[in-house]
Write a protein that binds this ligand. Structure first.
Ligand SMILES: Cc1ncc(COP(=O)(O)O)c(C=O)c1O
Length: 404
């Protein structure tokens, strides 16, 4: 059996999305900017995709949604253009973000620091999130932007975006959220939450790779990152990627229709998997309170089992998962998000992320429980260093929001 449990990295394109895209490769292929019928033929489909996207996130008519090549572009765009508009050409000099943002935010912030911008990287609490009062404490009259993700890609932990948005609104500071791991997975309604900019990515919710979008509240100004043919009302130049735009709209519509039911079904499978692993194996820990996690995500640590070794065993069993750590030359790096939450170095080397989707079946969950348990036992049996240490109440694991 092949089991794909790396849906926070990317997802399968829903067959209905793929079907919707096909005509726009070879039948309706004109450039939407052309004045002839080959071009204008695609306009209704683009309008439909825009409408599907507005509806899915609760955007209003005054807001803009601009399609981008990916969420990395959307994140870069907001950070770099706020820098140009409000720091280079304004009187601000400060950006607030967190230690555990996606590299597309963190690396852009590092780039901006090199240009002289002051960046505050807020530490996360033992649940892997930042509270609104912490954000408030770090906003100054020089702060141009707060950029905080809606949900974390490693842990699935959901940040209090409504409260943080309210703090930013009261302080008159622009608020960007990286919504990549939230949109299509949990309810996102921008009528109810104050967000100025939100990045999204279609391949995280069963749409195609290579298409994302930036939501912009109240059509407020933001210098373009890409200059050229003035597509998307001059906000983002480049010939519109019609098949992918159609795919993104369709994928969002599918993900957000009957969302409660879809979320409950995924959550039930995720909880069963998590309970089985925690119940069967000694000395394993999951990160973050699951009532505040995206319903598809488990980040599990297995004392004494190096993440890469575990991935290898899972891969041999045809199960795709992820560690969140990277192999840097000869060095095996710890999971940086787990370290930020307060896990000890050894535990942070053992994190395995299992991320389900609406296509994950009960049979697959059963198979993973069996193979995962088997792999842990095998790897511990050959580990020279592993000795069972019974977790103590209030010990390091409990203290850092890691549950057993
Ligand atoms: C939280 C988060 N932000 C941004 C991205 C980047 O998305 P894209 O692949 O569309 O550039 C990812 C993808 O892994 C992500 O998980």
């Amino acid at each position: 059996m092949n089991v794909y449990l790396d849906n926070n990295a990317t997802t399968m394109v829903d067959p209905a999305v793929y079907e919707a895209m096909i005509p726009f490769f070879s039948e309706v292929y004109g450039n939407p900017n052309s004045l002839h019928r080959f071009g204008t033929q695609s306009h209704p489909a683009i309008t439909q995709a825009i409408n599907q996207t507005y509806k899915a996130i609760g955007a209003s008519d005054n807001d803009d949604i601009v399609f981008t090549s990916c969420a990395t572009e959307a994140n870069n765009w907001v950070l770099q253009s706020v820098w140009i508009d409000h720091i280079l050409h304004g009187d601000k000099n400060h950006i607030v973000t967190t230690e555990i943002e996606h590299p597309s935010v963190l690396s852009t912030c590092k780039f901006l620091e090199d240009q002289g911008v002051k960046v505050t990287y807020l530490p996360v609490n033992d649940q892997g999130i930042v509270e609104a009062h912490t954000v408030k404490a770090f906003i100054t009259d020089k702060t141009a932007l707060v950029s905080i993700m809606w949900a974390n890609n490693e842990t699935g932990m959901i940040f209090p975006i409504a409260e943080i948005g309210e703090v930013c609104r009261q302080k008159g500071v622009l608020f960007h959220t990286d919504g990549v791991q939230a949109v299509g997975k949990i309810p996102v309604n921008l009528q109810e939450v104050h967000v100025d900019f939100m990045s999204m990515s279609a391949h995280k919710f069963h749409g195609p790779k290579g298409i994302g979008a930036l939501y912009i509240r109240d059509s407020q100004p933001l210098s373009p990152l890409l200059h050229g043919g003035d597509q998307m009302g001059g906000r983002r130049s480049g010939t519109l990627n019609v098949p992918y735009i159609v795919g993104m709209g369709k994928a969002l519509e599918l993900a957000t229709t009957d969302m409660e039911a879809k979320m409950s079904a995924i959550r039930a499978k995720r909880d069963r998997l998590e309970d089985a692993l925690l119940g069967t194996l000694e000395d394993v820990f999951t990160v973050g309170d699951r009532s505040n996690r995206t319903p598809n995500t488990i980040l599990i640590s297995i004392r004494g089992v190096e993440g890469e070794g575990m991935l290898w065993d899972l891969n041999t069993a045809l199960i795709g998962a992820s560690t969140g750590s990277a192999c840097a030359s000869e060095d095996l790096q710890a999971n940086s998000v787990m370290l930020a939450i307060g896990a000890d170095n050894e535990l942070a080397h053992t994190g395995i992320r299992l991320s389900l989707s609406r296509f994950t079946t009960d049979e697959e969950v059963d198979y993973v429980i069996d193979r995962f348990t088997h792999a842990v036992k095998r790897l511990r049996a050959i580990s020279s260093s592993y000795a069972i240490v019974q977790p103590t109440e209030g010990g390091a694991a409990a203290a850092c929001g890691i549950h057993h």
